[in-house]
Write a protein that binds this ligand. Structure first.
Ligand SMILES: Cc1cc2nc3c(=O)[nH]c(=O)nc-3n(C[C@H](O)[C@H](O)[C@H](O)COP(=O)(O)O)c2cc1C
Length: 341
C-alpha cells in the first residue's frame, strides 16, 4: 500500500469510528448559581505564539497528500479564517518525499489568511532526512507559524511497512529544535504522552507538548483494519484497544511533573464542555481532529457551524462556572466532590 492510499484509508476508517469511553466524562467542574456576568460578553480570546485567536481550540493535524485531502484541508482552512481559529495540517512527509502536497502549499495559506498554521512531520521520519534544512520545504510554502512533530510509535507498529526503528529519533528532534526558525510542538496521535517522554522532549528543546491522548480516534484499530499481516500476528484484534493514556490522565501527569510547561490537550475532545475541562486541567489550548473531519468532508459552512457550536458550548460552560473569560479556567474550578469552595 502506498502512502497516498494509506492516507485515504485513515480518513475512511476515522469517519466510521465511534467513541467508546471518554475520560472527560469523569471530570466535573464547579457550578456557580449566581454568575455576575453577561453570557454574550464572555471572552474566548487567547493567544498562540503571540497570535491572537478567537478561541482556545484549534484544528488538530489530519490529512495531507492525496488529492481528496485537498478539499478537506481547504474547507478546514477557510473555516479557520472565518472563525479566527488556528490549524495544524496533516503530515507533510508525502510532500517532501513524493511531491504530492495535497493542497499543503501556498493555497492553504491563502485559504487560512493570517490565522496561525502549523506544519506537521513525523518524528521518526526525521531519520530519513539527509539534511535538517529540508524541513524548510514544508515550512516555507505554507508560511508555517510553528512546526508539529508527531510521535506515533504504536501507529507505525500496526501499519503495513511502518517505521519501527526509532533509534536516534531523540537526537533528531533536538537537532530540529535547534534549527527551527519557528516554535516546535511535539504531539502524540491518540495514545497519549507519558511523563518520561515529556521530560526528554522538554530537554530536547520542544516548546509545546500536545498530549493527544486516548478517548477519540483510535489509530491501532485503523491500522490493524488496513493491514492483513498484523491481523495474522495478533491473537485478538482488540488486544491493544486499551493501550496508552487517556487525555485526562496525560494532563494530570503533566500538571504534577511539569506544571510550568506549555501543554496542549487533544484526543477525544467532543464539544465545548470538553474544551473547558481540558483548560481547567492545565492545557493552554485544545486540539480537535475527529470531530471536525465529517463536516470537513461536507462543506466549509459545516465546519463553521461545528466550530460555532464548540464556541457556544464553551461560553455556556464559562457562564455556568461564573467566569468571564477562558483565561480564568484553571484547576480551582475542578470539583472533586468535596464542599470546600
Ligand atoms: C484522518 C486522520 C488523519 C490524521 N493524520 C495525522 C497526521 O498526519 N499527523 C498528526 O500529527 N496527527 C494526525 N492525526 C491525529 C490527530 O491529530 C489527533 O492527534 C488524533 O486524531 C486524536 O484526536 P481526536 O480524538 O480529536 O481525533 C490524524 C487523525 C485523523 C482522524
Amino acid at each position: 500500500m502506498n502512502n497516498l492510499t494509506r492516507k485515504l484509508g485513515h480518513i475512511e476508517h476515522a469517519l466510521s469510528q465511534s467513541t467508546k469511553i471518554n475520560s472527560f466524562d469523569q471530570i466535573r467542574v464547579k457550578h456557580c448559581a449566581l454568575p455576575d456576568l453577561d453570557l454574550d460578553r464572555i471572552s474566548l480570546n487567547t493567544t498562540l505564539f503571540d497570535h491572537s485567536v478567537a478561541a482556545p481550540f484549534f484544528v488538530s493535524s489530519m490529512t495531507g497528500g492525496p488529492t481528496e485531502s485537498e478539499a478537506i484541508n481547504r474547507r478546514l482552512a477557510e473555516a479557520c479564517r472565518e472563525m479566527g481559529i488556528a490549524m495544524g495540517v496533516g503530515s507533510q512527509r508525502v510532500g517532501i518525499e513524493d511531491g504530492h502536497t495535497g493542497g499543503l502549499n501556498g493555497s492553504i495559506r491563502d485559504a487560512i489568511g493570517s490565522s496561525p498554521l502549523f506544519a506537521n512531520f513525523g518524528a521518526v521520519n526525521l531519520l530519513g532526512l539527509s539534511d535538517v534544512n529540508d524541513l524548510g520545504r514544508i515550512l516555507d510554502p505554507i508560511e508555517a507559524d510553528a512546526l508539529i512533530l508527531h510521535l506515533n510509535p504504536m501507529q507505525e507498529v500496526f501499519q503495513a511497512s511502518g517505521d519501527t526503528n526509532w533509534t536516534g529519533v531523540i537526537e533528531r528532534i533536538a537537532a530540529t529544535c535547534n534549527w527551527s526558525p519557528v516554535p516546535v510542538i511535539a504531539k502524540e496521535v491518540g495514545f497519549g504522552l507519558d511523563a518520561g517522554s515529556a521530560k526528554i522532549l522538554i530537554d530536547a528543546g520542544v516548546d509545546v507538548l500536545d498530549v493527544a491522548g486516548r478517548g477519540g480516534t483510535r489509530f491501532a484499530d485503523i491500522e490493524i483494519a488496513m493491514n492483513a499481516d498484523i491481523q495474522q500476528v495478533l491473537s485478538d484484534q482488540q488486544l491493544f484497544d486499551g493501550w496508552g493514556y487517556t487525555t485526562v490522565e496525560c494532563l494530570q501527569m503533566m500538571q504534577s511533573f511539569f506544571p510550568k510547561q506549555c501543554c496542549w490537550a487533544s484526543g477525544g475532545v467532543r464539544h465545548g464542555l470538553d474544551v473547558a475541562k481540558a483548560l481547567c486541567l492545565g492545557a493552554s489550548a485544545v486540539g480537535i481532529a475527529g470531530r471536525f473531519l465529517k463536516p470537513a468532508t461536507e462543506s466549509t459552512e459545516s465546519v463553521i457551524a461545528t466550530m460555532q457550536q464548540f464556541m457556544d458550548e464553551l461560553r455556556i460552560a464559562c457562564f455556568g462556572m461564573g467566569i468571564e473569560s477562558v483565561q480564568h479556567l484553571d484547576q480551582q474550578l475542578l470539583w472533586d466532590g468535596s464542599h470546600a469552595s
